[in-house]
Structures are given as structure tokens and as C-alpha cells.
Design a binder for this molecule. Structure first.
Ligand code: SF4
Length: 292
């Protein structure tokens, strides 16, 4: 029905929702650990073509209430383009309640507070945001393109505009050498912002990302599953968020799946981690079933 440009990625929580590609690829496409869009060039789609996709999808899914705008960071679009797109979506899907997309610190900081509020007014009310790490050393080594202050500022501007935030952190991305700094500084970001959802992934490197990753991070040593669980435990212990955060560690990459609410379920989650560390390999998702 729709000729999507592949590869097409969406957050797990959007699996049952309508997906509309407004852009192709990622406007930054430079994080050294990421190979998601290495086969695609960034492109803003012609609005008329996007509207044609919307017309087709609205015919097939007239009752859809949640829409995800792909690809990698549709918040890179000009605000005027996004507003026209959001208004067309509201006209086409009369039950629309939520539009979401991937966003970066760069995208958010390029927009004024008024622009962000205008987007929320037009139902862009959830962003998926990769924090990855709060350590400036690690952020530099993974060529994320922003520092921890910019991450905090962008997240706080998003939440002040009324956007809900689903953030991801990557366990193991500091390697052995920077594990302490990675966990401590990442917890500081969570504690200084107002996240609604928080997920921890576990680092895995695709073959086509390895050379570039190690070129920038030449003192990196990969953590094993037990070191990752130890990072997870230290991270949970340090979390003291400003609000209630729904926590998940159930991505395909995770050796151990956890879910709860922070701070209410923190002790129970740490107990589950301790039990898994005691049991060992039998408590973990077999590696064959995992992917980053
Ligand atoms: S991690 Fe996100 S921002 Fe970085 S290159 Fe990949 S898609 Fe783009």
C-alpha cells in the first residue's frame, strides 16, 4: 500500500501505530556506534508525497489515534512544514490523540520555545530521545555531537513545552575505563530533567559500525553481561528523578529484562538484578536471541 523507504525503524512502543515517513535517514547520521541509517542519505520528503501517503493510510486506518513520524529525526523538519503536516494529520485522522517522532538535542535546541509549544498544540506530544550517556568524555568518544549541558537544556525545553519524553541510555557505552563516569553522569541527567519513560539498552556493535567506533574510542573495552548488570544496578541506585519515571529494560539487546516505576520499584528491581547476578548465565536472555 505504502512504498516505505527501507530500512524503516520505529520504537517498540509504536509497533501497532500508523507510521508516516516525513524524512528519510538521520540529519546527523554521525554517532559512531549507530549504523541504522548508514545506507540512506538524509532527505526531506516532498510534502505532497507525504500527504498522498496520509490519504492512503487514513482510508485503511480511519480510527488510528497514534501516529509515528519517521525516519531518524523528523524533528529536523522546519516548524512550518511540521505544523502543516500535523494539521493535515488531524484533518485526516479524526480520532488522532498523539503524534510522536525521534528527536535529538540538536533538533530541539534549533527550535524556539514558542515553536516547540506550537508543535505540542498541534498534537506532537511525545518524543523519543537517545541520551546514550551523560559523560562528556563518552559523548565525545561516541561522536554524539552534543555535551551533557546541551542534553539537559534540550530535555528541559521539551518538557517545558508540554512534550512527553521517552529517553534511552546505553549500558556499556563507556566501556571498562569510563564505566563509573558514564553511570554517575548519566544518572545526573535523569535527575536534572523530567523524563516520562526511561529505557536502558545494552551496547552491541554491528560489524559495519566497529571500525568507526574504535577509531574514535581507541581505549574502549567491551563489558561482559555481568559488568553490564552491575552498571544497571549502580545506575538504578543513583536515580532520584524529579518525577515518577516509567522504567524499562526490555529491548532486544538486554541480557536481563526489567520493568517498573522509579523511585517506587527501585528496591525490587535491584533485588532482581542481585538474583540474576547470583544465578548467572541461566538467568539471562541467551545471546542468540539478542540484537542491538
Ligand atoms: S543514534 Fe540517532 S542521531 Fe545518532 S546517527 Fe543514529 S539515528 Fe542519528
Amino acid at each position: 500500500m505504502i512504498n516505505y523507504s527501507h530500512p524503516l525503524f520505529r520504537p517498540p512502543a509504536e509497533a501497532d501505530n500508523v507510521i508516516i515517513q516525513a524524512t528519510y535517514g538521520c540529519s546527523y547520521n554521525n554517532c559512531s556506534f549507530c549504523s541504522m541509517y548508514k545506507t540512506k542519505s538524509y532527505k526531506v520528503r516532498d510534502m505532497e508525497d507525504v500527504f498522498k501517503d496520509i490519504d492512503k493510510l487514513a482510508t485503511h486506518y480511519p480510527a488510528a489515534s497514534k501516529i509515528f513520524l519517521a525516519d531518524g529525526d523528523a524533528l529536523s523538519l522546519d516548524t512550518s512544514y511540521l505544523v502543516k503536516l500535523l494539521q493535515y494529520l488531524q484533518k485526516s485522522f479524526v480520532k488522532l490523540r498523539r503524534v510522536s517522532l525521534y528527536a535529538s538535542a540538536q533538533n530541539l535546541l534549533e527550535k524556539s520555545q514558542e515553536e516547540l509549544e506550537l508543535l505540542v498544540f498541534n498534537k506532537l506530544n511525545l518524543i523519543y530521545y537517545g541520551v546514550e550517556s551523560g559523560s562528556d568524555t563518552v559523548l565525545k568518544k561516541i561522536t554524539k555531537g552534543v555535551n551533557s549541558s546541551q542534553i539537559i537544556e534540550s530535555l528541559n525545553r521539551a518538557s517545558a513545552s508540554g512534550m512527553k519524553i521517552s529517553a534511552t541510555v546505553i549500558l556499556g557505552i563507556g566501556g571498562e575505563k569510563y564505566t563509573t563516569e558514564h553511570i554517575q553522569d548519566t544518572a545526573k541527567i535523569v535527575n536534572a530533567t523530567t523524563l516520562n519513560y526511561l529505557s536502558t539498552l545494552q551496547l552491541g556493535l554491528e560489524d559495519d559500525a566497529k571500525d568507526n567506533f574504535y577509531k574514535h574510542f581507541n581505549d574502549f573495552t567491551m563489558l561482559d553481561d555481568y559488568q553490564i548488570l552491575d552498571e544497571q544496578k549502580r545506575f538504578l541506585q543513583l536515580l532520584n528523578p524529579l518525577n515518577k519515571v516509567i522504567f524499562r529494560s526490555n529491548h532486544a539487546s538486554n541480557a536481563l529484562h526489567l520493568s517498573g516505576t522509579i523511585p517506587k520499584d527501585r528496591d525490587r528491581l535491584i533485588e532482581e538484578l542481585d538474583t540474576a547476578l547470583e544465578i548467572g548465565r541461566d538467568a539471562l536472555v541467551p545471546e542468540i536471541f539478542r540484537s542491538f
